[in-house]
Structures are given as structure tokens and as C-alpha cells.
Design a binder for this molecule. Structure first.
Ligand code: NDP
Length: 447
């Protein structure tokens, strides 16, 4: 069997064994596409069941999360933690609270996380978790009771040297606070390093909140530089208006770009003068409102209910909302309108058809596992500060983040060059991430 045939056979096995998990298949297919190239050149990676082991989580935990709402009604949600790979360090990856969460989604995110964490160059393994709980519309007291119930089971499986969860969609500082409070109470131990994304007063790191969005902008800046282009005055469209989107907008504006559009799950706004970020933050962060309210404050802007914000002409497109939000048709519209750079702030927001369209038309495409790795990288910096009982300044932490993103960009580009695919960020990121984990797994034996 050739290396390529073997990879096909392993992929078929992954699909069969994980039936009904399309997002996980999609994430695996994308990585396998790059593995064919690696195995052709280095057949030893096809030995010791290495790829088969990589595709099977080390541990998957599914549990009941019962909680009571403000009216005394009992609800039952499902909790997940998939501990995918710990060859490089403790499992690390966020918790997502969203009604769409199921095992397949958690596995796709956990699988991606292995390679992303490897790419950062920091000692962290890959994992992910969450629940189908929807915090939207719930009171703080309800969210607190849910988080306490969730942690009552999860605390048995996490720890500073075991598994260190963080936030993701629906899990911000409020939820991390309630989760940490319950962990502390159950274990009678102030183990700051068990969760990241904590508040600054109780073990958090400067820049963690901003890190994914800022990191994305630093990465895009490097992409522009590599393409002998600059960001000054470039029109940028950012989907979403959550944590990643807001901080990507902030840093892109600081780098001189003109961000003209952002969205939420209801629709999108266009402000050709440049989005006023303070208004967006007031609506989304302080009032937990809808992005449509932006036009009340800026009547010259427009709001489109539903629709596709990828119709808005731009030089740089940054999908920062959720998976599969940018499909092939949207990609073709962006390409037709002259987009030059697309980089994923969210995890897997571009469908495979969209990614192919961008790569074939010469648009520089930065995959999430490289472009949005700033969040987890800064989480690892938070772990470093907790371990040394230290806290760093905003400027110092931001410099470390910027340096890490430049390093990820460099490793990605160098690996793409080394494997004869210059400028291909997808293969570069997949291969660089894989090789490090694979070498560590080989050294640790068949476990
Ligand atoms: P938030 O919950 O803060 O924000 C999510 C945003 O996306 C909201 O504006 C939300 O709108 C919008 N959205 C969610 N679902 C949809 C949908 N189906 N269609 C359109 N818009 C949608 O999440 P984050 O910003 O933290 O995360 C966004 C993405 O970035 C996720 O893919 C996440 O995995 C990824 N990521 C996050 C990291 C982090 O540090 N936070 C790290 C690395 C990746 P609405 O308010 O209407 O729901």
C-alpha cells in the first residue's frame, strides 16, 4: 500500500467509526489532505498506528447537567469534555455553551486544537468541551447555577497538570468566574492554573480577553507584509460581534485599516466611514443587545436583516463568528469583489469549497489553526504567570503575543516552502502542527 492509499484507508476508518459527526469528518479531511504530502516524503509517520491514534481522543467525557431556573423549573443539559491529545502538555482548549453543541462539534474543535496548540510552540495538548446550554436570555443567577452544576462533574477531570479549559462561544469572564468559584469550593484549593480567561483580580492575564482578535490582526499584518502589501486604508469586513470580532476590529483599526462591516446571528451592518467600535461594544458587551441597534446611533449606516455580509466589497475578510459561515458561493462573491486576504478568526468558518476557491484564485488564506491561535497562546501565558505566581504588564504580554503570532506565521510559511507549496498557509499550518505532535507521540511510545 502506498502512503497515499494508507491515508485514504485511515480516513475511511475515521468516518466509519465516527458516524454522524460531519464537522469532525470535515476537520479530519482537511488535515488528511496535508498528511498525504508528509507521508509521501516521510513514510515512517505511517507506522505505529500514529495517525489512527491521533484521530481517537484519549478520553471523552459526557455528563448530565441538571439545573434550576429562576421559576423553579428543572432543566437538563448535556456536558462534554473531549481530551484529545496530551503528547505536548496538559489538554488545553475552550468550553462552548451553545444550543448547537454536540459530540461531533466538540470533537472537530478538539482535533483542530491539537495542531493549533502545537503551532504556538508552547507546551500544551489539545482538548475541547462545552454544553448545549444556551446562556442567551438567561439571568446571571441561572447562568451561575448552570455553571456550578457543570463544574460539579467536570472538576474530577481537570487540573493544572491534566486539563485546563478556557472560554469559547457563550463562555466569557462571567462563566469562567462561576466555574472557577465552584472548582475552588469543591477542591478546597486555589488552583489558579485550572482554568484560563480568569478576571485580572483573581489570577487572569492581561491581554487574554483581547488575544484572539489581536493575534488575528497581527497574523493578517504578517500576511499583508509577505504579499508586499499594507493594511493602511484597506477595507475590512469582520463577521460576528463577539469577543474575537470586537478585538480583531480594534487592532485592525489601530493598524490603519478601515473596518466597514460586522454582524451577529440576526444580520449585518455597513458603515462606510468605518465602524464606531465603542457603539458596538456598548450594544454587545454592556447591554447584550442586537447589532441592528447600531443604526439608531449612526443613522448614516445601514442594517441588513439576514443576508450575507460577504456581499460587502472588501480587501480583507475576517470570518469571526462560527463554523461553516462562509460557503463557496460567498467566497466567489468576495473573490469577484477583489478580496486579497481572508483569515479565519473563528474555528473552521470557511467551508471546504470556499477554501478551495480562495486557494485556486490566489487569495492569501490564513486557516484558523494558525490565524486564531493567539487566544490559546495567551492562555498558555496565563498558565505561566499562575505557575510562577506572577502577573505581567499589558504591554509585555501584548509583545509576547505579537511575537508568538509572528513565529506561527514564520513556521507556517517556512513549512509550506519546505514541502514545495510556497504561500500555502493551509498545508504549512497542518504539516508544521502535525510533525511536532507526531514526533512527540513517537518518542513517548505506543500509549
Ligand atoms: P462569542 O460568543 O463572543 O461571539 C460569537 C459571535 O458570532 C456573536 O456575534 C454571535 O452572534 C455570532 N454568531 C454565532 N453563531 C452564529 C451564526 N450561526 N451565524 C452568524 N453569527 C453567529 O464567541 P467568540 O468571539 O469567543 O468566538 C467566535 C469564534 O472564534 C468561534 O468559532 C470560536 O470557536 C473561535 N475562537 C474563539 C477564541 C476565543 O478566545 N474566544 C479562540 C479561538 C477561536 P449572536 O450574538 O447573535 O449569537
Amino acid at each position: 500500500m502506498t502512503g497515499r492509499e494508507w491515508i485514504e484507508a485511515v480516513f475511511e476508518q475515521v468516518r466509519a467509526r465516527n458516524a454522524g459527526e460531519p464537522e469532525f469528518h470535515q476537520a479530519a479531511a482537511e488535515v488528511f489532505d496535508s498528511l498525504r504530502i508528509v507521508v509521501d516524503r516521510h513514510p515512517h509517520y505511517a507506522e505505529s498506528g500514529l495517525v489512527e491514534r491521533l484521530c481517537e481522543p484519549e478520553r471523552q467525557i459526557i455528563f448530565r447537567v441538571p439545573w434550576m431556573d429562576d421559576d423553579g423549573k428543572v432543566h437538563v443539559n448535556r456536558g462534554f469534555r473531549v481530551q484529545f491529545n496530551s503528547a505536548l502538555g496538559p489538554y488545553k482548549g475552550g468550553l462552548r455553551f451553545h444550543p448547537s453543541v454536540n459530540l461531533g462539534i466538540v470533537k472537530f474543535l478538539g482535533f483542530e486544537q491539537i495542531f493549533k496548540n502545537s503551532l504556538t510552540g508552547l507546551p500544551i495538548g489539545g482538548g475541547k468541551g462545552g454544553s448545549d446550554f444556551d446562556p442567551k436570555g438567561r439571568t446571571d443567577a441561572e447562568v451561575m447555577r448552570f455553571c456550578q452544576s457543570f463544574m460539579t462533574e467536570l472538576h474530577r477531570h481537570v487540573g493544572e497538570y491534566t486539563d485546563v479549559p478556557a472560554g469559547d462561544i457563550g463562555v466569557g469572564a462571567r462563566e469562567i468566574g462561576y466555574l472557577f468559584g465552584q472548582y475552588k469550593r469543591l477542591t478546597n484549593s486555589y488552583e489558579s492554573g485550572v482554568l484560563t480567561g480568569k478576571g485580572l483580580a483573581w489570577g487572569g492575564s492581561q491581554v487574554r480577553t483581547e488575544a484572539t482578535g489581536y493575534g488575528l490582526a497581527y497574523f493578517v499584518d504578517e500576511m499583508a507584509r509577505t504579499a508586499h502589501d499594507g493594511l493602511e486604508g484597506r477595507r475590512v469586513v469582520v463577521s460576528g460581534s463577539g469577543n474575537v470580532a470586537v478585538h480583531a476590529i480594534e487592532k485592525m483599526q489601530q493598524l490603519g485599516a478601515l473596518v466597514v462591516s460586522c454582524s451577529d446571528s440576526g444580520g449585518y451592518i455597513v458603515d462606510d466611514k468605518g465602524i464606531d467600535l465603542e457603539i458596538v461594544r456598548d450594544i454587545k458587551e454592556r447591554r447584550r443587545g442586537r447589532i441592528s441597534e447600531y443604526v439608531d446611533a449612526v443613522p448614516s449606516a445601514s442594517y441588513v436583516d439576514g443576508g450575507s455580509l460577504w456581499d460587502v466589497p472588501c480587501d480583507v475578510a475576517l470570518p469571526c463568528a462560527t463554523q461553516n459561515e462562509l460557503d463557496e458561493d460567498a467566497a466567489k462573491v468576495l473573490i469577484g469583489n477583489g478580496v486579497r486576504i481572508v483569515a479565519e478568526g473563528a474555528n473552521m468558518p470557511a467551508t471546504p469549497g470556499a477554501v478551495t476557491a480562495f486557494r485556486q484564485s490566489g487569495v492569501a488564506f490564513g486557516p484558523g489553526k494558525a490565524a486564531n491561535a493567539g487566544g490559546v497562546a495567551t492562555s498558555a501565558l496565563e498558565m505561566q504567570q499562575n505557575a510562577s505566581r506572577d502577573s505581567w504588564s499589558f504591554e509585555y504580554t501584548d509583545q509576547r503575543l505579537a511575537k508568538i503570532m509572528v513565529g506561527i506565521h514564520e513556521r507556517t510559511i517556512e513549512t509550506a516552502d519546505e514541502y514545495g507549496m510556497p504561500g500555502d498557509y493551509v498545508h504549512g499550518a497542518n504539516i508544521a502542527g502535525f510533525v511536532k505532535v507526531a514526533d512527540a507521540m513517537t518518542a513517548l511510545g505506543v500509549i
